[in-house]
Design a protein around this ligand. Structure first.
Ligand code: BES
Ligand code: ZN
Length: 663
C-alpha cells in the first residue's frame, strides 16, 4: 500500500503514528479452512489502494444503508471491525466521491482526514486510532455519480414501473459506495441492512431473500470472508425461480421464466466443478439477470453472479459464460489475485476451468471449438496491443494506471493457455490433483504471481522427472511479451467444417448452397469472424437474407455479423447496428463496434450520432471506454454536428433481447 502518500496530508496530526511501523504478521483469513492450509502470503504492496492493510486489517463489515432513488444516493453507515495486532494508531481506508459525515472509534468521536484525491484511486480516509481500537464507524453518503452504481429509471427496465439499481465493484470501484480497504489482498465477512422503497427487492453477494419484504428492509449476512471487489448490491422489481436445490435465478418478472430455462444446467455445472476441484464453499449459487445496460457479460459476485441479459439466447448456447462465473467460486473468489497485476491468476485459471466444465458437459469437440475462438481473441488482442507491449505479459505492471487497462484477453486466454500447456506436460490426472490442492491449501487467501510460481515449482514441476520451469519457459510466459513458441495447439476439428464452407463462399458459392446443417452458435461465429474481406454488397445481402443475420436474437452472432457489416460498409445492417448499440450496454460488444466505426470519418459521424443517444443509458464503465474511443469530451458537441438530440430522445434500453433465431 502507498504508505507515504497516505501519510502526507496528516503529517502534523499523526507524525508519530506514521513512521515506519514494524511489519505486522499477516492476518489469517476469517473463514474456516477445510483443508490444511499454507500460511497466508506475506503482506503485498497494492498500487491501487491507499490502505495501510499491511499493518491493520478490516476483518468484518457492518453496513446499514438507505437507497434513495430520487437523489441517486446511498446513505448510512459502515462499521468496520479491525484486526490490529500491532496496535497501529491510524487506519487508512479507500474512498472515492464519498461524502464523509462523521467518524467514530469504539463509540467516541474520532479525528479523521480525507487526503488529496489521487488519479484513479480516490481519496484516502485517514482515521486516528486510540490504543486498542476495535471498531470504526463511518457515516457517509455516496455521490449521484458514484462509478460503481448505475441508477436506472423505470423506463430503462423490462416492466417499466420501478427503478433499478446495481453495483459493479471490480476492480477498484467498491470505494465509490463503501469506505473500506479496497484491495483484493484483504478479506472480510459482512452483515448488511438495506432499506429500499416498498415493492422492490434487494439482493447482495450474501445470503439472499427469495421474496419481497413488505417494509422494504432487508438483512444480509455473508459468513465467508471476501475481498472488497466482490461487494455487490442490486435493488429492483425482482422475482426468484429455483433451478435446483442450491441454485436459482433472480430477474425482473418478464425475464425470470426465460432465465430459469436458459440456466437450467447450473446444477450439473456445479456437480462437475466439485468433482474436479472440491466442494463448493459458498452455500447457494444464484444468478441475477440484470437490465441490458450491465456493462459486463458476467460478474462473479459470491453466491449471486450478475449476468447480462444478452446471454439469454433462447437455446442455452451462451452458457459458457455461466460456467466461467461459477468457476470463479474457486479461482478468484476462493484463491484471489493479490493485486490487479496478478489478474491472470483470477481470469486465466477461470478461463481454463470454464473450458473444463464445458468439456465435461458438452464433450471435447465442442469445448475445443470454444478454446479455438478464445485463441482467436488472444491473437487479435496481442495484435491490437502490439506484440511487444508490456501489457501482453501475464504479470502486469499497472502502477499509476487504471487497472481496467490490464483487463484484456491476455489475462484470460494467454493465462488459460499456460494452464493447458501444464496439463499437457504433466497429464490431466496429475494436473487436476495439483489444482485441487492449490484451491484447498489457499482457500480464502490471496495469491501473488510469485507465490503461485513457487508453489508450481515445488508441488508440480519438481515432482515430475525431466520437467522444469526452464524447459517450459515459464518465465517467458509470465514475464515475457507475446505468445511463447511452445503455446499448445487447440484442435478444433469442428471448425474445419466451417472452413470448408468459407472456401466455397470465397469461390463464389451462393449463401443458399452452404452446408450449415447441425451448426451451433460457435460454428456461426467462426464463419462470421472469417468472412472473405470485400464481399460484394449483394453477397452480403444474400447471407443476411438467407440466415437472418441482422435479425439474430443471439447477441454473439449479431455482434460478429455487425462487425463485418461495419468493416465492409454494409449499410442495410445499420438500423440493426443502431438498435444493438442503443439496446444494451455490454462493453465487450460496444468497444469493438465503436472502434471499428471510428476508423473512417463517415463511420465516426454515425458512431457519434448513435452514441449521443445511447450514452445516457450506458454504465459509467462503458461510458469511460467509449468516450476514449470517440474522443467524446474533445469532439462533442461540435464535431458531432447534430449528434446531440434533445434529452427526450435518448435511449431507454428495452427489456430482453428478442428470442433466438436459427443463427
Ligand atoms: N470478473 C470478470 C468481469 C470483470 C473483470 C469486471 C475485470 C471488472 C473488471 C468476469 O468474470 C468476466 O470475466 N466476465 C466476462 C465473461 C467471461 C465469460 C469472459 C465478461 O464480462 O465479458
Ligand atoms: Zn472472469
Amino acid at each position: 500500500m502507498t504508505r507515504l502518500r497516505s501519510c502526507a496530508p496528516l503529517l502534523l496530526l499523526l507524525l508519530a503514528a506514521c513512521g515506519t511501523p514494524a511489519p505486522a504478521p499477516p492476518v489469517p483469513a476469517a473463514s474456516p479452512a477445510a483443508a490444511p492450509q499454507e500460511t497466508a502470503a506475506a503482506a503485498v504492496d497494492d498500487p491501487h489502494s491507499h490502505a495501510n492493510s499491511e499493518t491493520v486489517r478490516v476483518r468484518h463489515l457492518e453496513l446499514d444503508l438507505a437507497v434513495d432513488f430520487a437523489a441517486r444516493r446511498l446513505s448510512g453507515r459502515a462499521g468496520l471491525l479491525l484486526d490490529n495486532p500491532a496496535d497501529a494508531r491510524r487506519l487508512v481506508l479507500d474512498t472515492r466521491d464519498l461524502e464523509v459525515r462523521q467518524v467514530r472509534v469504539d463509540g467516541g468521536d474520532a479525528a479523521y482526514e480525507l487526503g488529496e484525491p489521487a488519479p484513479h484511486l480516490g481519496r484516502p480516509l485517514i482515521v486516528e486510532l486510540p490504543p486498542a481500537a476495535r471498531r470504526v464507524e463511518v457515516d457517509y453518503v455516496t455521490s449521484p455519480d458514484a462509478a460503481a452504481l448505475q441508477w436506472l429509471t423505470a423506463n430503462q427496465t423490462a416492466v417499466g414501473r420501478h427503478p433499478f439499481l446495481f453495483t459493479q465493484s471490480q476492480a477498484i470501484l467498491a470505494r465509490t459506495w463503501i469506505p473500506l480497504q479496497d484491495t483484493p489482498a484483504v478479506r472480510f465477512t459482512y452483515e448488511a441492512t438495506l432499506r429500499v422503497p416498498p415493492g422492490l427487492m434487494a439482493v447482495m453477494s450474501a445470503d439472499n431473500p427469495q421474496r419481497k419484504a413488505a417494509d422494504g428492509v432487508y438483512r444480509f449476512s455473508m459468513p465467508q470472508a471476501i475481498p472488497s471487489y466482490l461487494m455487490a448490491l442490486a435493488v429492483g422489481d425482482l422475482e426468484f425461480r429455483a433451478t435446483g436445490d442450491r441454485s436459482g435465478v433472480y430477474a425482473e418478472p418478464p425475464v425470470v421464466e426465460a432465465a430459469a430455462w436458459e440456466f437450467a444446467q447450473v446444477p450439473e455445472m456445479m456437480a462437475t466443478v466439485e468433482e474436479l476441484y472440491g466442494p463448493y464453499r459458498w452455500g447457494r449459487y444464484d444468478l441475477l439477470v440484470l437490465p441490458p445496460s450491465f456493462p459486463f457479460g458476467g460478474m462473479e459476485n459470491p453466491r449471486l453472479t450478475f449476468v447480462t441479459p444478452t446471454i439469454l439466447a433462447g437455446d442455452r448456447s451462451l452458457v459458457s459464460l455461466v460456467a466461467h462465473e461459477l468457476a470463479h467460486s474457486w479461482s478468484g473468489n476462493l484463491v484471489t489475485n493479490a493485486t490487479w497485476n496478478d489478474f491472470w491468476l483470477n481470469e486465466g485459471f477461470t478461463t481454463y476451468l470454464e473450458n473444463r466444465i464445458m468439456e465435461a458437459l458438452f464433450g471435447r469437440p465442442y469445448a475445443e471449438m470454444l478454446a479455438q475462438l478464445g485463441r482467436q481473441d488472444l491473437e487479435e488482442e496481442i495484435a491490437q496491443l502490439g506484440a511487444d507491449s508490456p501489457d501482453t505479459r501475464l504479470h502486469l505492471d499497472l502502477g499509476g494506471r487504471d487497472p481496467d487497462e490490464g483487463m484484456t484477453a491476455v489475462a484470460y486466454d494467454k493465462g488459460a493457455l499456460l494452464l493447458r500447456l501444464l496439463e499437457n506436460e504433466v497429464g490431466r490426472e496429475r494436473f487436476d490433483a495439483f489444482l485441487r490442492a492449490y484451491f484447498d491449501r489457499h482457500a480464502f487467501q490471496s495469491m501473488t504471481t510469485a507465490a503461485f510460481l513457487a508453489y508450481l515449482e515445488r508441488e508440480l514441476l519438481a515432482r515430475v522427472p525431466q520437467l522444469d520451469a526452464d524447459a517450459l519457459r515459464i518465465d517467458a510466459w509470465v514475464h515475457g511479451v507475446g505468445l511463447p513458441a511452445n503455446a499448445p495447439r487447440v484442435e478444433a476439428a469442428e471448425l474445419e467444417r466451417v472452413e470448408g464452407q468459407l472456401e466455397r463462399l470465397a469461390a463464389g458459392a451462393p449463401a443458399g448452397e452452404l452446408d450449415t446443417g447441425g451448426w451451433t452458435t460457435h460454428h456461426w461465429l467462426h464463419l462470421l469472424r472469417h468472412l472473405p474481406a470485400e464481399l460484394p454488397q449483394q453477397r452480403l445481402a444474400e447471407l443476411d437474407r438467407q440466415f437472418g443475420l441482422s435479425d439474430s436474437g443471439n447477441s454473439e452472432v449479431l455482434f460478429a455479423w455487425l462487425m463485418q457489416a461495419v468493416r465492409q460498409d454494409y449499410e442495410p445492417a445499420y438500423p440493426a447496428l443502431e438498435r444493438f448499440l442503443t439496446g444494451m450496454g455490454r462493453r465487450k460488444f460496444l468497444e469493438p463496434l465503436y472502434r471499428e466505426l471510428a476508423k473512417d470519418p463517415e463511420g465516426r459521424r454515425l458512431a457519434l450520432r448513435i452514441y449521443a443517444r445511447a450514452r445516457p443509458g450506458y454504465h459509467s464503465v462503458a461510458v469511460h471506454t467509449v468516450d476514449a474511443i470517440l474522443d467524446w469530451g474533445a469532439t462533442a458537441p461540435d464535431a458531432a454536428g447534430e449528434a446531440h438530440p434533445s434529452s427526450t430522445s435518448t435511449t431507454t434500453f428495452p427489456s430482453t433481447p428478442p428470442a433466438a433465431s436459427a443463427a
